[in-house]
Write a new protein. Structure first.
Length: 491
């Protein structure tokens, strides 16, 4: 596998212009921060908008339907990274796709803010999902181009990039939640649109420094004679979805299941495509094989972690005692606890991996630890599982979300980094998209699982999912050494 050229400063030494990292990381940090501000700000109030009564400004949908829509939307976000990666690798290059996708995201937030009812939800969520998929695949891949294969700063750089995600994730729910509490849901969605506009302005100012080289290169150009065929496939695919929706085949209550099956089929097809591609050499093929158990562990992880937007949101609204010195904390603000903790801890994790260098745990061991910690965090809900409303202590939920955060930092930024290290030379962005496909499947499953949660049965719900996660973590730890051997020196 040929490594990208190292990012260097004017003296020929490695570029350390942004907190010891390449200067280009600062621009990618910024655009991702604002995109996540808009994404998490909107997501923090989305479930409430769907199931709150019409009198309270919502749409009055059943709770299970609302969680299915949220899960399906989250899955579609990550599923669309496949399309973003394909367009990047075969048509336009990563840098152009990143900018265009950010424009689509902003259009989606504007639709949510100005269009009423389910029409606004449908148009807005589809646009945000498609645009976010393109942003996520390309921004992550662009970070990977800043480092050589042996650069030990890579995991630390991805941890800093992850910090930008969580700065946006912190302030998005706080501001949109406050706007929703005081002035209604559409103003909250409007703030998300403004945040994305700021992200576009910031990136338009700094994108010149990212153009050229691997950032603009199209690694596997689509032959001109094939473009019409692929355009027809895209149009037909979109028409099939529209017709299915008009015929009532895409019922909101079952959307998460539909997206989960779509992601599962796409995952199998994608791995088969990569493993059979003649463009991979023997080492690259082994690395793709090594990615399979990591992919499955990631699916399990995200199926629990992404319940912050569904089960944790519902739990916070109905079961959590949100009284703080006589003031009732908005339920949506709970979505900012995890980003606060990530911001507090991400620097420590980045420093830890940097200090350990070649002595740090292997990626499979980090994944196993992350999945195990998340399982234990789910079991941490058990002392707070009384069906009585407003009975769970706020500090108790903070402790559970601390477990979520430690698990996330052990797995998520490390997984982003892994996807760039294991990527074959011919498919650099599409393998990152495959990583996000694991998140898509896990997020859709989170929506499916959330439909089974209820205040009365929550103790059993948290017990089963927590114990399954711990068991899977133990299994991954047992196979960590053979998986690492398949990684051929990059794990």
């Amino acid at each position: 596998m040929i490594a990208p050229a190292p990012a260097r400063g004017g003296t020929g030494t490695p570029d350390r212009g942004f907190l010891g990292q390449p200067r280009g990381l600062a621009h990618l940090f910024g655009v991702e921060m604002w995109e996540r501000f808009s994404f998490y700000g909107m997501q923090a109030i989305l479930a409430y908008y769907l199931y709150f009564s019409v009198a309270d400004g919502g749409l009055g949908l059943p709770r299970a339907t609302a969680t299915s829509i949220v899960g399906a939307y989250g899955g579609l976000v990550y599923l669309s990274t496949i399309a973003g990666g394909w367009v990047s690798d075969r048509l336009a290059g990563r840098e152009r796709v990143l900018f265009g996708s950010a424009c689509v995201v902003m259009a989606g937030h504007v639709a949510l803010a100005v269009l009423p009812g389910l029409s606004g939800v449908g148009v807005g969520l589809v646009l945000v999902a498609l645009g976010s998929g393109g942003v996520k695949a390309t921004a992550t891949a662009l970070v990977g181009t800043l480092y050589t294969e042996g650069d030990t700063r890579r995991d630390a750089g991805f941890s800093l990039f992850y910090l930008g995600i969580n700065v946006g994730g912190l302030f998005g729910p706080l501001l949109t939640g406050l706007a929703q509490e005081r002035s209604g849901f559409h103003l909250g969605f409007g703030l998300a649109a403004i945040g994305m506009a700021l992200g576009l302005a910031q990136y338009a100012w700094g994108r010149r420094g990212l153009r050229g080289g691997d950032a603009s290169r199209v690694p596997d150009p689509l032959p001109r004679e094939q473009r019409l065929r692929w355009a027809v496939i895209a149009v037909v695919g979109a028409a099939v979805v529209v017709v299915a929706a008009l015929l009532g085949l895409l019922q909101p209550a079952h959307l998460a299941v539909v997206v989960a099956w779509t992601c599962a089929v796409a995952s199998v097809a994608y791995f088969a495509f990569l493993l059979r591609s003649p463009k991979l050499d023997a080492v690259e093929r082994r690395r793709v094989l090594a990615f399979v158990p990591m992919f499955l562990a990631s699916v399990a992880f995200w199926s629990l972690f992404q319940q912050q937007a569904t089960v944790v949101a519902l739990f916070s609204q109905s079961q959590l005692d949100r009284d703080l010195l006589g003031w009732t904390v908005p339920a949506s603000w709970v979505q900012s606890i995890n980003p606060v903790l990530v911001i507090a801890l991400s620097g420590a994790f980045a420093a830890l991996w940097t200090r350990l260098g070649s002595r740090q745990p292997s990626t499979p061991v980090k994944f196993a630890a992350g999945l195990g910690v998340l399982g234990l965090a789910f079991l941490g809900f058990l002392p707070m599982s009384s069906p009585q409303p407003a009975s769970a202590p706020l500090l108790g939920l903070v402790g559970v979300l601390l477990g979520f955060t430690v698990a996330e930092l052990l797995l998520s930024p490390v997984g982003l980094s892994l996807s760039t290290k294991l990527a074959p030379r011919a498919f650099p962005t599409q393998v990152v998209a495959l990583w996000f496909l694991s998140t898509a499947l896990g997020t859709a499953l989170a929506g499916v699982f959330a439909g089974r949660w209820s205040p009365e049965g929550q103790a059993g719900y948290f017990t089963v999912l927590g114990l399954v996660a711990v068991a899977l973590a133990v299994l991954l730890a047992l196979v960590a050494k053979p998986v690492r051997r398949l990684m051929s020196g990059v794990g």
